[in-house]
Design a protein around this ligand. Structure first.
Ligand code: NAP
Length: 504
């Protein structure tokens, strides 16, 4: 049977070892079948945690994907599990050792009931309400869209069973990850609930399953928690928009300046250059601008702190948001730099380049001329390549240290040294690489086709501004002021009383 992970079919097969055995006397039915992918001897108990007291019995409503996976994990952790189902005699294979009965019978046996049923089917809960009085009800449900209902599913469940204590939990954990052992991204359980005791019970349960718990407050916060699984790369949205916007803008800008200009003014069709030459101009431009956009908000924040004379006032939301997506901006910038490197390595094997070199050599032979070796040009090209390679090496280092597994192994000082000091050095080298690319063409009027500057000149604006501002920030007098503000000094006291001198 295929297992669904938040609407995704991950194709896990299940082999039924035995079918439900009806005993015809209201006795629970025991099942012994589960996914073939199950790792039965997985160690599930976090170190230091005792097994549940006296093999506590838990009830799960619903024998679907999540119900089965959660039940299997609970059994492996040392709990006893009883399922409440609409069809106790024909609900299909369940984890070995689990019992199954009607909702009413199952609810009577346990103090904690985990409702693994979609919200659309909660109406059956009203029939079970008398058996759920005083019990802890765990709502694990998610919705397929945001804003589908006026209230959260957990609040809705609480309104159906006011005599129970509803706790929102496990909605961010998938059936698939429960079966395969949760990875870091799937370990987090968000808890919401109005009763502290009920929340504590669910917290213990989640911790015993090896999950990490984060308390999100009262049940009114459940709506936000239910929206978490619907988010699709939220922190990548702005960086991706910036990357797409910059790529589109520079692609059309260079298309007009290089390809269309040649066609209109020189009657030359060089449209084939779109594929490699144009692409290899757009990628480094976007990469450099995005790298500088990683460092611009830091400089702006420092200027704002100097201007306000305090670090205790919140930054505007847009600046906060910008600072929070610097890692994603940097990783995208690194991706574009990689493309630039790959396209550059391709240059010697390009048909166009080989043709041009051969044509030039033949011309020299025909005219019996030898071009004189120019040491200045050799210096300039070698410096251009060398600075570019060093810049790229540091770029890669920044990318590697932003990986959680690497950054977790660094102290804060080491991490900020790499990301800030080496980051600015990377920006400096990459900017220098671009200045060297322009070399003596900045003052050449023929560079400005249709009175427009080339792309590499345009892309130098933001990094140059960032580097100049950063240079001002590290001047000893400015750095000292900023240092004091960041240690808590304020120009005006907490009550707004008189201005204090910055320098003691
Ligand atoms: P599922 O595979 O469709 O199972 C739902 C179960 O609900 C069914 O097996 C059925 O069990 C019961 N049910 C169906 N219709 C019912 C009705 N009219 N009245 C009473 N019970 C009914 O769904 P699921 O994937 O396990 O998800 C269950 C809940 O967990 C959902 O709210 C979902 O949003 C949430 N969730 C799922 C995952 C996941 O990875 N799957 C992750 C996080 C949260 P019986 O036949 O035994 O009655």
């Amino acid at each position: 049977m295929p297992y669904m992970v938040w609407g995704q079919n991950v194709g896990y097969k299940t082999t039924a070892v035995s079918q439900s055995v009806s005993q015809g006397n209201g006795e629970p039915h025991t099942h012994c079948a589960m996914s073939t992918e199950v790792k039965p001897d997985m160690s599930l108990r976090p170190l230091g945690l005792e097994p549940p007291p006296e093999r506590e019995l838990l009830c799960i409503f619903g024998t679907g994907d999540l119900g089965r996976s959660l039940g299997q994990r609970l059994l492996q952790t040392g709990y006893r599990v009883v399922y409440g189902s609409r069809r106790p005699h024909s609900c299909g294979p369940l984890p070995p050792g689990a019992q199954v009965m009607s909702h009413t019978e199952a609810a009577q046996l346990a103090a904690v009931v985990i409702v693994c049923v979609h919200r659309e089917h909660y109406d059956f809960m009203e029939e079970v309400a008398p058996q759920l009085k005083g019990k802890v009800l765990v709502d694990v449900s998610n919705n397929s869209k945001k804003g589908l209902y006026p209230e959260s599913n957990a609040e809705f469940l609480q309104s159906l069973i006011p005599a129970a204590s509803v706790v929102k939990a496990f909605n961010t954990v998938s059936a698939w990850s429960l079966q395969n052992g949760p990875s870091d991204a799937h370990r987090q359980v968000f808890l919401c609930g109005d009763k502290a005791e009920a929340k504590q019970k669910v917290r213990e349960l989640a911790t015993r399953l090896g999950l990490s718990v984060l308390d999100r407050g009262s049940l009114s916060a459940a709506r936000e928690v239910e929206d978490f699984p619907l988010q699709l790369f939220p922190e990548w949205r702005l960086p991706l928009c910036i990357a797409t916007g910059l790529t589109g803008f520079f692609f059309f800008y260079l298309l007009i300046r290089d390809i269309i200009y040649s066609y209109v003014e020189q009657d030359k069709d060089i449209s084939f250059r779109i594929m490699v030459s144009l692409a290899n101009k757009v990628f480094p431009i976007v990469s450099l601008i995005m790298l500088s956009l990683c460092y611009l908000p830091g400089v702006m924040a420092a200027i704002l702190q100097l201007y306000r004379g305090t670090k205790y006032r919140r930054f505007p939301d847009w600046l906060d948001h910008w600072m929070l997506c610097r890692k994603q901006l940097g990783l995208l910038a690194l991706g574009f730099a990689f493309l630039h490197v790959l396209y550059t390595l391709l240059i010697p094997i390009r048909y166009y380049v080989r043709y041009k070199i051969t044509e030039y050599t033949v011309l020299q032979i025909r005219e019996n001329k030898t071009e004189v070796f120019d040491t200045t040009v050799a210096w300039y090209t070698d410096s251009y390549f060398s600075v570019g390679i060093l810049g790229f090496a540091l770029y890669v280092l920044l990318g590697i240290t932003s990986l959680p597994s690497v950054s977790n192994a660094l102290s804060w000082r080491e991490f900020s040294f790499v990301q800030s000091k080496l980051g600015h050095l990377t920006l400096l080298l990459c900017t220098l690489h671009t200045y060297l690319y322009g070399w003596n063409r900045f003052l050449d009027p023929s560079t400005y086709k249709w009175w427009t500057p080339p792309g590499y000149m345009l892309c130098l604006v933001v990094p140059s501004v960032v580097l100049v501002l950063k240079l001002l920030m590290v001047l000893p007098c400015v750095d000292r002021c900023l240092g004091r503000i960041r240690q808590g000094w304020e120009r005006t006291g907490p009550e707004g009383e008189g201005t204090k001198p910055l320098m003691a």
